[in-house]
Ligand binder design. Structure first.
Ligand code: IPM
Ligand code: MG
Length: 357
């Protein structure tokens, strides 16, 4: 059975880090006889430059057919002045919505080897292991109507719509409850139910779902408080479930608790377990092309891809163990460099993981 992986390097550091993850995937493909075949395509700014659109039809076609997708990153200052509909980010959002990748899993794990990289005290973050489940194809990101209109007064007004249907809430809720069942059995649903009706409904549905998962302890938290609790006492959380925009914000915050956003992978899944996997960090245009970016988040995203979409747990574990080993060896890219570490390039880090496999 041959399975197809689509590589979408994208912009900025994307091509450099995806190249390393690709080598790692080729290696486990041989080692474990996975029968994977690989294709690549353009997305984001790279696609705009070639085809004038951030998500060419050909890319979308390949994405639909792929069993799994590995994406680097999109965006950069070069395209920032384009109109909204033509920006690189639309390529990413278009893939998410066209493939209905509604469930975004963003783990924030503190690697013991990197404990000193966090800006918080070691006792606050040591052992940190949170999973943020972010709804990814609805909410204010996609709600209609949206735009900038001119009022009768002649003044312009920008507007977006924050909306969720019951079924959208229910399906992301189920993913989160099931994830909690596999972990610490604690789920915190984050909303703004003191102000926004859409999240009053969100809370109601989560409460409703609780009856199906009696082994999971459900709590609710307003998003402002959640932002505070994440830096005050992050270890109180196991799984967090929230809507698209709150999840965007809180997942960056949670990632930074670990001190190394360059280490964190993510998965975006649809109901067929088809998925797109990407590092949590962005395209980092300021360091693109210098060969200093950290490829580990992308390599760990490849591991997540093997686990969730390709059902190859052994190969996933092998990659994760190899990453842990290179950290033990003291190898560090610039973003996770600390005293006593050995500073290495993107390519050296990729090579080290290959050797550790
Ligand atoms: C993310 C990013 C994207 C988002 C951008 C690039 C559109 O910040 O994946 O978190 O807002 O979802
Ligand atoms: Mg974000």
């Amino acid at each position: 059975m041959s399975r197809n992986v689509l590589l979408l390097p994208g912009d900025g550091i994307g091509p450099e880090i995806v190249a390393e993850a690709e080598k790692v995937l080729h290696k486990v493909n041989d080692q474990f006889g996975l029968g994977l075949s690989f294709e690549s395509a353009l997305v984001g700014g790279a696609a705009i430059d070639e085809t004038d659109t951030p998500l060419p039809e050909e890319t979308l076609e390949k994405a639909r057919k792929a069993d799994a997708i590995l994406l680097g990153a999109v965006g950069g200052p070069k395209w920032d002045s384009l109109p909204m509909a033509k920006r690189p980010e639309k390529g990413l959002l278009g893939l998410r919505s066209n493939l209905e990748l509604f469930a975004n899993l963003r783990p924030a794990i503190l690697y013991p080897q990197l404990a000193s990289a966090s800006s918080l005290k070691p006792e606050v973050v040591s052992g940190l292991d949170i999973l943020i489940v972010r709804e990814l194809t609805g909410g204010i990101y996609f709600g209609q109507p949206r735009g900038v209109r001119e009022l009768e007064s002649g003044e312009r007004q920008g507007y977006n719509t924050y909306q969720y249907t019951e079924s959208e809430i229910r399906r992301i809720g189920r993913v989160a409850f099931e994830a909690a069942q596999q972990r610490g059995k604690k789920l915190c649903s984050v909303d703004k139910a003191n102000v926004l009706e859409v999240t009053v409904l969100w809370r109601e549905i989560m409460e409703d779902l609780k009856r199906e998962y009696p082994d999971v302890e459900l709590s609710h938290m307003y998003v402002d408080n959640a932002a505070m609790q994440l830096v005050r006492a992050p270890k109180q959380f196991d799984v967090i479930v929230t809507g698209n925009m709150f999840g965007d914000i809180l997942s960056d915050e949670a990632a930074m608790l670990t001190g190394s956003i360059g280490m964190l992978p993510s998965a975006s899944l649809n109901s067929d377990k088809q998925g797109m996997y990407e590092p949590c960090h962005g395209s980092a245009p300021d360091i693109a092309g210098q060969g200093i970016a950290n490829p580990l988040a992308t390599i760990l995203s490849a591991a997540m891809m093997l686990r969730y979409s390709l059902n190859e747990e052994k190969a996933a574990l092998a990659i994760e163990a190899a990453v842990s080993k290179v950290l033990d060896q003291g190898l560090r890219t610039a973003d996770i460099m600390s005293e006593g570490g050995q500073k290495v390039s993107t390519r050296d880090m990729g090579e080290a993981v290959l050797n550790a496999l």
